[in-house]
Ligand binder design. Structure first.
Ligand code: BGC
Length: 758
């Protein structure tokens, strides 16, 4: 056994450290056999016997001692991680393991689902959430999170929109950078962990919104609408990238050389490692790409470094080498990248740096973390409608209705593998804790999730069951209606259950589940004011609700502090400021649906006109557009002012610049009676290009807090980069001509000015 003697290796990024790292890894790899190098490329999931029993007695221990594992997936316990790390360090070349887990929107302290986080339009808040996630995860032995997911999606049928940051590449990029900063910092502290950008690429464009189906599109669309957030995360220093499941241009992403090498490494200069999504290498056999040996060899040659779960690499690459399908250099390249990640993480310096078993409670689910989660949750809520009933009077008699009002686990949302299911504060608890007299708050369940028990069944996962009430549906509704009649106001907490979004949770009907929607109709008939508190992991169709209830507060899935944050907003301690990052349609059939579309030759205002671009049976415009969200106060915008009427374009060596940046200013005034925060948005349109340019594209935003009557002038700066786009040959260019610039409080409520690029 050869022990690593790499004490006091400096692992921060610098040319000097990189040279030291290269020397160290050269020396290590010289001693490694081909089998051991292939072992570094293997990421199995930890079996339950290793999680519950002594690690040294498991099969995994045998594989570790033979150097056949590079990382382990599913350990979330510092003592267990230490025990397994000891096995690795004391066998073979003593190479420490990576411990990866899906820490997606918090570990023990759970924050809103990522789509909700994006609705804060607050990258700093998202960075703080990622920082807290890294602190809690690293205190539990995890040194690598499979986050952030930065897939742009235009299709609310796809359940995984819950895990992303919405439909806009500019906002998605700013948020992607924030996640990376929060998780990784500079990877020098013991609570900074590796991030993994996923799912590269275009996973959010799955055909018909059905999970895992192919996504195919022109390269023009690919690069201008979908690729920017992956690139932004790579530019921000993401240590790893996860390839997606589905085919792009006919090739599964794990085997896709264009994506993994031509773009990721050669065009973007990514120097971390690429891991396959769960079993994706093996699934390439189902894609019809050949045998496990052939697909594994092809994946390695395409640029995929680590095989998650399949065992295809560890099981077949040795043979593929003998069969001449791959060369040893291909294995070396991938092995080196994984060793580099371990080195940069400081594992060769101290393999136990993420296995500190002292006082983990000082770092996990602390009052400070929970306070931050409460604040960010309240910031993520989007007030979609308010006829004036909100904020509520604390002395009102309130009828709280709906099975989601009294549910803990479902407040967590999808992907919370590390969280305790009973840790969240329910909405009912939150409301009762905030009112003058808790006995004036009644609760009735009102309905099951769906009428069909099978739909309830498929909506369960990860312990987030919504138990069925065996009572007759009519009886449950009658009880809720009676409670409503006794109250001054109804707060109906309805919508999707947590596992109706996330992975493998595609839906074609984007309405509130039937039993709950019918309940809401009966509540509205009482004539009492109804506040719909909406739980959802995706844009829903709220056509009836928008007409018939008095207020709609969209809370997504808020996390562990759910009820407290909901009460903060319902009673006006926090003025809502969230803004949508995906357009809410009027009909499920309009998918895919997004605000930044290109013009067509036959535009309409949404209504049907023969021979124009529209539908016979629905208005196609958004019911609630991208960027939309109300406040308890109101804001007025001045016309935007562009500093100069014309700018000169400079192009040197294929790089574009302007003679001076385009400065756009706009003044916002709080015209209401409460302090509030407005998200000022800036959109651009390239009025005429050699290719169709979007009708509007977000290019700037700023949140401004204003007291009643207060005004603030916000100045945005546009550079040549902001005005550029990718051509089909993937050059990034700026074309001279006329540009419109729009400022306002949502993508469809803007004032316009213009300038010329000469
Ligand atoms: C998901 C990934 C996740 C991985 C590991 C896959 O099914 O697509 O997002 O990181 O599993 O849990």
């Amino acid at each position: 056994m050869l022990m690593i003697s790499a004490a006091m290796i400096m692992h921060g990024r610098s040319a000097d450290n990189d040279r030291k790292m290269d020397r160290f890894i050269d020396g290590l790899m010289e001693k490694m056999s081909v089998e051991e190098k292939i072992g570094q490329l293997n990421l199995p999931t930890a079996p339950s016997d290793i999680i519950t029993g002594p690690a040294r007695e498991s099969d995994i221990a045998g594989l570790i001692s033979k150097g056949q594992i590079g990382g382990l997936f599913n350990i979330s316990n510092a003592a267990k991680a230490r025990e397994i790390q000891e096995l690795a360090v004391n066998s073979g070349h003593g190479i420490p393991l990576l411990f990866g887990l899906d820490v997606i929107h918090g570990q023990k302290t759970v924050f809103p689902i990522p789509l909700g986080l994006s609705a804060t339009w607050d990258p700093d808040a998202i960075e703080r959430m990622a920082r807290i996630s890294a602190i809690e995860a690293s205190a539990m032995g995890i040194n690598w999170t499979y986050s952030p997911m930065v897939d742009i999606s235009h299709d609310a049928r796809w359940g995984r929109v819950a895990e992303g940051s919405g439909e806009d590449p500019y906002l998605g990029s700013r948020i992607a950078e924030a996640y990376i900063r929060g998780y990784q910092g500079d990877l020098t502290d013991d609570d900074e962990i590796l991030a993994c950008v996923k799912h590269y690429a275009l996973y959010g464009a799955a055909d018909a919104g059905r999970d895992y189906t192919a996504s195919d599109m022109s390269r023009y669309r690919m690069f201008n609408w979908y690729m920017e957030p992956y690139k932004a995360a790579v530019d921000a220093g993401a240590a790893s990238v996860m390839s997606a499941f589905q085919q792009v241009e006919g090739v599964p992403c794990a085997l896709n050389r264009f994506l993994l090498t031509d773009v990721l490494r050669e065009k973007w200069g990514f120097d971390g490692f690429v891991v396959a999504d769960y079993n994706a290498v093996g699934e390439a056999v189902n894609h019809g790409m050949g045998s496990l040996e052939e697909v594994s060899a092809r994946a390695l040659k395409a640029g995929l470094d680590m095989d998650m779960v399949t065992g295809g690499y560890v099981g077949t690459l040795g043979k593929a080498l003998k069969d001449g399908l791959i060369r040893e250099e291909d294995i070396d390249k991938a092995c080196r990248r994984i060793l580099e990640a371990k080195y940069r993480l400081g594992l060769f310096d101290d393999p136990y740096r993420f296995c500190d078993t002292e006082n983990p409670e000082d770092k996990i689910f602390t009052p400070e973390h929970r306070a931050e989660a409460r604040k960010i949750a309240a910031e993520s809520f989007v007030l979609l409608k308010n006829d004036g009933i909100l904020p509520l009077d604390r002395k009102a008699r309130i009828a709280v209705v709906g099975l989601l009002a009294d549910d803990k686990a479902n407040m967590l949302g999808c992907w919370t593998v590390g969280a305790d299911k009973d840790s969240p504060v329910t909405v009912l608890e939150g409301i009762r804790s905030a009112v003058a007299d808790p006995s004036a708050v009644s609760y009735s369940r009102g309905s099951n999730l769906f009428y069909d028990p099978d739909m309830d069944r498929v909506s369960r996962n990860q312990g987030k069951d919504v138990d069925r009430d065996p009572r007759d549906a009519g009886e449950m509704v009658a009880e809720a209606v009676e409670a409503a009649k006794q109250a001054d106001v109804v707060v109906a907490v309805l919508g999707e259950a947590a596992e109706m979004s996330g992975e493998s949770a595609s839906r074609v009907d984007l309405t509130i589940p039937d039993a709950q929607r019918d309940l809401l109709k009966e509540l509205a008939k009482t004539g009492k004011p109804v506040v719909l508190v909406l739980c959802t992991g995706r844009p829903l169709v709220l056509d009836w609700e928008s007409e018939n209830v008095d207020a709609i507060l969209n809370i997504w899935f808020p996390g562990t502090e759910a009820g407290l944050a909901v009460a903060d907003v319902l009673f006006g301690d926090v003025n809502p400021s969230g803004r949508l990052t995906m357009s809410f349609p009027r009909h499920s059939g309009v998918m895919p649906f997004y605000y930044n579309e290109v013009p067509n030759g036959r535009p309409t205002d949404g209504r049907w006109v023969k021979y124009a671009s529209c539908y016979m049976d629905t208005d196609w415009t958004a019911l609630y557009p991208f960027g939309y969200g109300l406040s308890y106060t109101s804001f007025a915008y001045s016309e935007p002012v562009v500093e100069k009427a014309a700018y000169s374009l400079i192009c040197e060596d294929g790089k574009y610049g302007l003679d001076s940046p385009v400065r756009v200013s706009v003044t916002i005034t709080n015209t209401g009676k409460r302090a509030g925060t407005e998200t000022v948005q800036l959109y651009v349109r390239d009025m005429a290009g050699s290719v169709g340019r979007p009708l509007r594209e977000l290019k700037g935003f700023e949140k401004v807090a204003l007291r009643p009557g207060e005004s603030r002038t916000v100045e945005f700066t546009l550079t040549a980069d902001d005005l550029s786009f990718y051509t089909q040959s993937l050059d990034r260019i700026v074309e001279p001509g006329e540009f419109s610039v729009m400022t306002g409080g949502s993508s469809s409520d803007v004032k316009t000015a213009g300038f010329i690029i000469k």
